[in-house]
Design a protein. Structure first.
Ligand code: NDP
Length: 475
């Protein structure tokens, strides 16, 4: 009887989720259909300057001990010309091209050829074949969730090499950092260009394509929603998670190895950065199935923003703290180190619990307990383009009652902790918190704009019940 009721409930839930997600909100899904001048100007700016920004940061570490102002001052004072800086920059090498090709090929093999075994042995882990959200065209994609397995295999091999086999030095990533940057750029541009051509000539699902008619906008924000090669090679899942995020922890380990090589010790700040970012990366892979329901997968199309961003921006700029610590080996006093660890862990806890609360609430359709009580929520409805009415719920309990995006607040606290681990001598390690604040505030506003047009007056009721976005009482 109980089993029968559970099955009925699951079916109702599935039906409701389908209703929530299908064509209904097609008008509000994904990126814009029309391009305003501000979006176009931002896109042109990013297309032109984002690769230069990455180069500037990495070059300033290699040539100016991570000072962000000295290269500019040198150029402005006429002490150096651009050509002087460029001539001192390592070029693409066969060695870096070989390492990078092997790395990407290895990740492709792990992604496509080894079905997940972790979910069979790790209690509570959701892996193997999972369904994504319904796309605007009503398609439900299946994904092979095996990121945790890829991460474990890669790291076991890394440690086996570092401790036993010694095929290559663990400093290999640091030692080839700039030549590898050229390789990452080549892949980032190649995959974005391929995705654009594919969107025009052989899309995976033509109904899930968006064309604005503006070449730059389409190139940047993508045409296809879920480009795939064959049945399983999903561009978004692969490039978002691997090679960039699997590499994140290896890059940090390589920076730690370099510190050891140069100074004979690994500082506590480097250990903190490795541990806190390691927790964040592991969390991402442990929750890879949940990730299928986030904005990246549910709303964003695949273009340069994701393709180049995942290949270049993420591995190079999210790891700036570790790189900085190679040049400035900061040893923190106990109070400072404890403060950073506490802030990092607290931020992670808030980030994870907030995401978990919403996930639980939506999965059980509100039939769950949040902080020991039945959750409170606002019933809301929205109309599909064909005039059909659908229902959903917005939770006002737990962290979702404190602020409308407290998960972002937790993320920002963690990000700040990584930066604070580097001390206060230079600005460079603080780029990350500045960038994350802009990214998540913009994301928050973008998401709320979409929710407001989706839920109308119900969204107003919700914002009246939970008036703050990120910081209760402030913003
Ligand atoms: P959210 O997980 O916050 O999802 C937002 C969606 O949740 C809304 O569109 C709405 O969807 C639904 N929703 C909003 N309010 C409520 C509520 N009160 N109750 C129930 N559902 C609600 O956003 P993201 O996908 O952007 O973020 C996921 C995580 O990933 C975050 O923790 C973020 O910090 C992290 N992140 C990290 C990045 C990085 O580079 N490190 C980049 C981006 C994200 P619906 O239409 O279904 O109602």
């Amino acid at each position: 009887m109980a089993a029968h009721q559970e099955k009925k409930f699951a079916e109702e839930r599935k039906h409701q989720n389908m209703q929530n997600d299908t064509k209904a909100s097609q008008g509000q899904w994904g990126r814009a259909w029309e391009v305003d001048w501000f979006s176009l100007a931002s896109i042109l700016f990013l297309l032109m300057f984002a690769p230069l920004i990455v180069y500037y940061f990495i070059m300033s570490c290699a040539q100016y001990q991570c000072s962000l102002t000295d290269p500019l001052l040198d150029l402005l004072a006429g002490n150096k010309h651009l050509s002087d800086i460029w001539n001192r920059t390592p070029m693409l090498t066969y060695r870096a091209a070989g390492i990078y090709s092997l790395w990407v090929a290895f990740q492709v093999v792990l992604y496509t050829s080894i079905p997940d075994f972790c979910h069979k042995y790790l209690p509570g882990y959701v892996g193997g074949v999972q369904e994504g959200a319904v796309t605007p065209a009503g398609v439900v994609n299946k994904y092979e969730i095996n990121g945790l397995q890829a991460w474990i295999i890669t790291h076991v091999l890394w440690f086996a090499n570092a401790s036993c086999f010694h095929f290559f030095s663990p400093t290999i990533i640091f030692d080839n950092w700039i030549p590898l940057l050229w390789c990452a750029n080549i892949l980032g541009y190649a995959v974005s260009t391929f995705a654009m051509i594919k969107g025009y000539f052989f899309p995976t699902n033509a109904k899930d394509c968006k064309f604005t008619g503006n070449f730059f906008y389409d190139y940047m924000m993508g045409i296809e929603f879920n480009p795939r090669i064959g049945k399983w090679f999903d561009f978004k899942l692969f490039f978002n998670g691997r090679p960039g995020i699997v590499a994140w922890t290896l890059i940090n380990l390589s920076f730690a190895a370099k510190q050891q090589e140069l100074y004979g010790e690994v500082t506590n700040s480097m250990i903190l950065v490795n541990v806190l970012q390691g927790i964040y990366v592991l969390d991402f892979f442990w929750n890879e199935a949940w990730y299928l329901k986030t904005i990246d997968i549910c709303h964003d199309h695949f273009g340069w923003y994701l393709g180049w961003g995942d290949c270049v921006w993420l591995p190079y700029l999210y790891t700036l703290q570790g790189l900085y610590l190679v040049y400035h080996p900061v040893q923190l006093c106990t109070v400072h180190a404890t403060g950073v660890l506490t802030l990092g862990l607290l931020g992670y806890y808030i980030f994870r619990m907030t995401n978990h609360q919403k996930d639980l609430f939506r999965r059980t359709n509100g039939n769950c307990r949040i902080w020991g009580k039945k959750p409170e929520y606002i019933e809301c409805s929205y109309m599909s383009v064909d005039g059909t009415k659908y229902y959903s719920k917005l939770m006002t309990s737990g962290f979702w009652g404190w602020a409308r995006h407290f998960n972002y607040t937790g993320d920002l606290m963690g990000s700040l902790a990584y930066c604070l681990a580097c001390g206060f001598e230079h600005m460079l390690p603080y780029f990350y918190i500045v960038y994350m604040t802009i990214l998540l505030t913009h994301r928050c506003i973008r998401d709320e704009h979409r929710c407001s047009s989706k839920y109308g007056k119900d969204w107003k009721h919700y914002t009246a019940a939970v008036p703050y976005r990120l910081l209760p009482g402030i913003f």
